[in-house]
Design a binder for this molecule. Structure first.
Ligand SMILES: C[S@@+](CC[C@H](N)C(=O)[O-])C[C@H]1O[C@@H](n2cnc3c(N)ncnc32)[C@H](O)[C@@H]1O
Length: 232
């Protein structure tokens, strides 16, 4: 962690997500200038990613797609298991983050990167697993992204999601605070997302947790992990 890198990220977070333009250019406007320092800062903000990957049980030669994969940070959480995958496809709309993902992917012949929209991207063949890691809350038409994810899964494929949410365990004032705080940066919290996931994939496991946020020592943000099979 470097204070200068943190200051650059905090400046971008304070400026927020541009409010006009196409999705890709808004994302680029937000992430350009923070892409190189993205991973170090998000390590302290995006909790549960390693846990999600470690809990995933995948068949040998699995084909995995991450929608909104950003810098590809999650591939490191696979460790040696990454070699057992047939393919790990990182899909994202933001060129600056994908540049970091491409550098990271160079050392892995089975990792590829696609600049595409999570709502419309389709893989070459049905996949064993789709991952959303803190991307659903950033995708305005998240219902389309979920429908698209479901459409690309093999009959026994898996969906794995980790993201921020609003919790019934926190009072409504705190929920209003989180909603406002995150929406400034293009992250739209709502409790409909986990509900929709559980309706689409009724046999999944849903866990809600609370995590620290950098530079906000007195609050805890709710996030959830969800893993489900397409069919049970
Ligand atoms: C908070 S980042 C998470 C990145 C990564 N999954 C991780 O865990 O570090 C959210 C990502 O979603 C991407 N994103 C937002 N809307 C998207 C869309 N419609 N299609 C593809 N990616 C999108 C952003 O560009 C960004 O990389």
């Amino acid at each position: 962690m470097s204070l200068v890198a943190d200051a650059r990220i905090l400046f971008k977070l304070l400026r927020g997500m541009p409010s006009s333009g196409e999705a890709a250019s808004r994302l680029e406007g937000f992430y350009a200038g923070q892409a190189e320092a993205y991973d170090a800062f998000r390590e302290r903000l995006l909790h549960g990613r390693q846990e999600l990957i470690q809990q995933l049980q995948l068949p040998d030669n699995a084909y995995v797609v991450e929608l909104g994969g950003g810098t590809g940070r999650n591939i490191d959480f696979f460790g040696d298991k990454l070699n057992q995958l047939q393919q790990y496809q990182i899909v994202d709309l933001c060129p600056s983050l994908l540049e970091v993902a491409r550098k990271r992917a160079k050392q892995y012949p089975n990792v590829s990167v696609a600049e595409a929209d999570a709502c419309t991207y389709q893989p070459q063949s049905p996949v064993d697993c789709v991952i959303f890691s803190y991307s659903l809350t950033m995708i305005p038409d998240w219902q389309s992204a979920l429908n698209n994810a479901q459409s690309m899964l093999k009959p026994n494929g898996k969906i794995a999601v980790v993201d921020f949410t609003l919790s019934k365990q926190q009072n409504s004032l705190i929920s209003v605070f989180w909603r406002k705080w995150f929406s400034h940066d293009g992250v739209h919290l709502n409790s409909d997302q986990p509900q929709r996931l559980q309706a689409m994939f009724p046999h999944g496991e849903y866990i809600e947790k609370f995590a620290k946020v950098p530079y906000l020592p007195f609050v805890r943000v709710p996030y959830y992990l969800f893993i489900a099979n397409q069919s049970y």
